[in-house]
Design a protein. Structure first.
Length: 154
């Protein structure tokens, strides 16, 4: 097997017994890095310290990663202009924070007879949000609800 020292220096090709003896003399572990290579590559290192540092790096990477949340805004079929503008402002805030927005309209009672009014409301909302959002999924009926998804512009 090919052996690499604790500082990253090449120690050459030697038998597993000799490599293990060398690692024990230095009070360290012999770790197989590339078992499929010809010959297999092993490294002399403190395995406990290596695992601790790897866990620390992984935790740091998870901390820095941004998760995209899905925020929901509910409209109604006969929404007033001021309420509509308020909802559009909330959507703008969510989208600028990097979140996706799910816009929904729930149809109640006889409102089910007029889905075209819902499509108009959704188009109007998409138009109000077009400078900071793109329509990811256009408005579509799902049961008694109409849904549309907006994604922030890059």
């Amino acid at each position: 097997m090919r052996l690499i020292g604790e500082g990253g220096e090449q120690l050459g090709i030697m038998s597993a017994r000799d490599a293990l003896k060398l690692a024990e003399e230095k009070n360290l572990d012999l770790v197989k890095i590339a078992p499929t290579a010809k010959p297999p590559v092993c490294k002399i290192m403190d395995y406990g310290k290596y695992r601790f540092e790897k866990a620390k790096r992984d935790k740091e990477a998870r901390k820095n990663q941004k998760t995209v949340e899905l925020k929901e805004i509910r409209l109604s079929l006969n929404i007033d202009t001021h309420d509509f503008e308020t909802k559009a402002k909330h959507a703008e805030k969510f989208l600028k924070a990097g979140n996706k927005v799910k816009v929904s309209i729930r149809f109640r009672g006889r409102e089910m007879a007029h889905p075209e009014m819902g499509h108009r409301s959704m188009e109007k909302f998409a138009e109000a949000c077009k400078e900071f959002a793109s329509v990811e999924k256009p408005s579509k009926m799902e049961g008694r609800q109409m849904l549309m998804f907006l994604a922030p512009l890059k």
